[in-house]
Design a protein around this ligand. Structure first.
Ligand code: ADP
Length: 486
C-alpha cells in the first residue's frame, strides 16, 4: 500500500484548467475530510464563476481542433489513460478509500470498472458511423452524419469518485467533445489525479478541466448560463437533477441524467436461496450500500421469507466495520456526518413505526462516521425508509404473497433505475423481467453494472444511457445532409 502522505502529496489540489493545476481566482480553498477519522485529508482550491469562465475559455480554444482530431488519435489517448490508471490502481484505490471511505477491495473493484470505461470508449471512438440512403422517391440522397455536441459539463457524486467521472469523460472525449468536470465536494481528489493522468497520456490542454467547489449551485449556474456550454451530464439525486433539467431549458442544453433509485430485489419461492442471499448481499452491501443501484427494498415471497431473512441477517451481522484501509474491513464509514444522521433518522423512524430490528440499528461510537450493518423487517408499508433511498448498510425486508403482489410492490415507486429478482422457473423469469418498471433488471444477479451495457433509469431515475453502444450517442448530434440524386 502506498504511504498516505506521499500519495496525497502527489495529487494536484488546485483547479485543473488549461492542462495545469492552479489556485482559484478567489484564492479560497476548502477541506476534504477522511470519513473514517473525521480529520482533514487535504485542502483543495474552491472554484467560482471566474474559474468557470476560464475553464470554458480553455475548452472553447481547443473544441474545434479536438473535434477534428482523428478518431484513432483520440482513441489512443483514452487507451493510454486506461493503461496509466490501471498501472496506478493502488494509488487510485487508496485515494478513494481515504476520501470516500469504502474498503480497499471495493476501491480496487471501482478502479477496474472505472478504467474500463476509458478502454471501452477508446474502442468506440473509431466506430462513430452515419449512413447514406436513397430517398424513397429517388429525389436525392439522405446522408446522416454524427458530430460532437460541443463543450460538456459533468457533475458527479461522491459514491464512485472515479467511475462516475470516467463513464462521462470516456464517451465525451471519444466523441470529440471537451469536458469540464465538477466533482462532488466530498471527493474531489480522485478526479484531480485522473486529470493529471490524462495530461500524461497526451490529452491536449483545455480538453479536460476539473473544478472542485463548495459552491456547486453558483459555479454550475455560471457554466450553464454561458452559451459556449452545450451539454450537461449529471449523476446525483433526483432533487438536484430536476433543478438542473429546469435550468437546462434556458440554453436548450442536451442533458443526461442518472438520478436516484429505489431498487427492489425480489426473492420468489422457486429461487435458489444460496444464490439469492449472496446476490442480496452484493446488491445491498457493495460500496457500503451507497449506490443508486443498491437493493433498497428486499421483497421475499412468504414461504421462504423466514429462512431467507435469517440467513441474510447472519451474513450482514458478520460484516467487519472499520477504516477501509485496514485488513479485514468489509464496511467503511458513511461519507459524512449529515448522511449518517439521515440514515439513523430513517432507521429510527421505521422502528418507531413498528419495524423489527434484526441486527444493528445504531451509529458506531468513536471517530469517523460509521453506522452498524443493519437488517429490518416487519416494516410498516408506508414507512419513509421504503420510499426514500437508504444509501447505507441498512437492509429492509418485506414479505409478499404471490407474484402479482411482488411485482406491484416492486413497481410502487416513482423511481425506475435498477431491479433484481431471484427465480428459477423460466415462465416466471420471462414475465417478471418484462413487468418490472426499471431501466436495468438483474436476473439471478446482484451486480449488473458493466461498461459495455447501457446504464440508465426510467421514471424519475433519469434520462439517457451511459456505457454500451448507447453511451456515446449522448455526446453526438445527428446531422442530415440532403444531396441531389447521383
Ligand atoms: P448527494 O445527496 O448524493 O450528495 P447531490 O445530488 O446533492 O447528491 O449531489 C450530486 C452532485 O451534484 C454533487 O457534485 C453536488 O455538488 C452537485 N450539486 C448539488 N447541488 C447542486 C446544484 N444546485 N447545482 C449543481 N450541482 C449541484
Amino acid at each position: 500500500m502506498p504511504s498516505f502522505d506521499t500519495l496525497i502529496d502527489s495529487v494536484p489540489t488546485g483547479l485543473w484548467i488549461d492542462g495545469q493545476s492552479r489556485p482559484a481566482a478567489s484564492g479560497r480553498e476548502f477541506d476534504v475530510l477522511n470519513p473514517a477519522t473525521g480529520e482533514v485529508l487535504a485542502q483543495v482550491a474552491d472554484a467560482g464563476a471566474t474559474d468557470a469562465d476560464a475553464a470554458l475559455t480553455s475548452a472553447a480554444a481547443v473544441a474545434d481542433e479536438w473535434a477534428a482530431t482523428a478518431p484513432r488519435i483520440r482513441a489512443e489517448i483514452l487507451r493510454r489513460a486506461f493503461e496509466l490508471v490501471t498501472q496506478r490502481k493502488d494509488d487510485f484505490a487508496l485515494l478513494m478509500t481515504l476520501e470516500m471511505g469504502k474498503p480497499l477491495a471495493d476501491s480496487l473493484g471501482e478502479v477496474a470498472y472505472g478504467a474500463e470505461f476509458l478502454r471501452w470508449f477508446s474502442e468506440e471512438a473509431v466506430r462513430i458511423n452515419g449512413r447514406v440512403t436513397t430517398a424513397p422517391a429517388g429525389t436525392g440522397e439522405i446522408v446522416v452524419t454524427k458530430e460532437p455536441v460541443g463543450i460538456c459539463l459533468a457533475i458527479t457524486p461522491w459514491n464512485f469518485p472515479l467511475a462516475m467521472g470516467t463513464r462521462k469523460i470516456g464517451p465525451a472525449l471519444a466523441a470529440g467533445c471537451p469536458m469540464i468536470v465538477k466533482p462532488a465536494e466530498d471527493t474531489p481528489l480522485t478526479m484531480q489525479l485522473l486529470a493529471a493522468v490524462f495530461a500524461e497520456a497526451g490529452l491536449p490542454a483545455g480538453v479536460l478541466s476539473v473544478l472542485p467547489t463548495m459552491d456547486a449551485a453558483g459555479t454550475v449556474a455560471a457554466l450553464m448560463a454561458d452559451p459556449r456550454l452545450r451539454k450537461i451530464s449529471f449523476t446525483g439525486s433526483t432533487r438536484v437533477g430536476s433543478t438542473l433539467i429546469a435550468q437546462s431549458a434556458d440554453q436548450v442544453l442536451r442533458t443526461s441524467m442518472e438520478l436516484g433509485g429505489n431498487a427492489p430485489l425480489l426473492v420468489f419461492d422457486d429461487a435458489d436461496l444460496d444464490a439469492a442471499v449472496d446476490g442480496a448481499l452484493a446488491a445491498k452491501m457493495r460500496n457500503g450500500g451507497e449506490a443508486c443501484t443498491a437493493a433498497n427494498r428486499i421483497l421475499v415471497q412468504r414461504p421462504v421469507a423466514d429462512e431467507f431473512t435469517e440467513r441474510l441477517t447472519a451474513a450482514i451481522a458478520d460484516y467487519t466495520v472499520g477504516p477501509g484501509w485496514e485488513d479485514g474491513s468489509r464496511l467503511g464509514p458513511i461519507i459524512n456526518a449529515r448522511q449518517r444522521d439521515r440514515l439513523a433518522a430513517l432507521v429510527d423512524d421505521a422502528v418507531a413505526g413498528g419495524a423489527r430490528l434484526r441486527t444493528g440499528g445504531a451509529a458506531v461510537a468513536g471517530p469517523g462516521f460509521f453506522y452498524a450493518p443493519t437488517v429490518l423487517d416487519d416494516i410498516a408499508p408506508d414507512s419513509t425508509i421504503l420510499r426514500e433511498e437508504v444509501f447505507g448498510p441498512v437492509a429492509t425486508v418485506v414479505a409478499f404473497d404471490d407474484e402479482e403482489q411482488g411485482i406491484a410492490l416492486a413497481n410502487a415507486t416513482e423511481y425506475g433505475l435498477a431491479a433484481y429478482f431471484y427465480a428459477t422457473r423460466l415462465d416466471r423469469i420471462q414475465r417478471v423481467s418484462r413487468a418490472l418498471q426499471a431501466g436495468m433488471v438483474g436476473v439471478n444477479r446482484g451486480v449488473i453494472s458493466d461498461p459495455a451495457a447501457p446504464f440508465g433509469g426510467i421514471k424519475q431515475s433519469g434520462l439517457g444511457s451511459e456505457g454500451g453502444y448507447e453511451g456515446i450517442a449522448e455526446y453526438l448530434n445527428t446531422k442530415y445532409i440532403a444531396l441531389p440524386p447521383t
